[in-house]
Design a binder for this molecule. Sequence first.
Ligand SMILES: [Zn+2]
Length: 68
Amino acid sequence: MDRPINAMEFEGEFSSCPRCAYRDGFHATFRQDGGVVRWLLTCPSCREVFDIGLTVEPGHPGGNKVLT
Ligand SMILES: [Zn+2]
């Protein structure tokens, strides 16, 4: 991902793009950052990337089993 990430303060709801006002949801991108994975939101209309502070803990797909 070569686009700059816009850090946004989450205030109750983040459902429309602050840049272009697109309102039909975001694409998700996950990026490893130390011991956590940052959950980034990309606007499908203007492609702007936002970080509203969401992180997830890396786990194992499907619980303990990984399909091969
Ligand atoms: Zn947008």
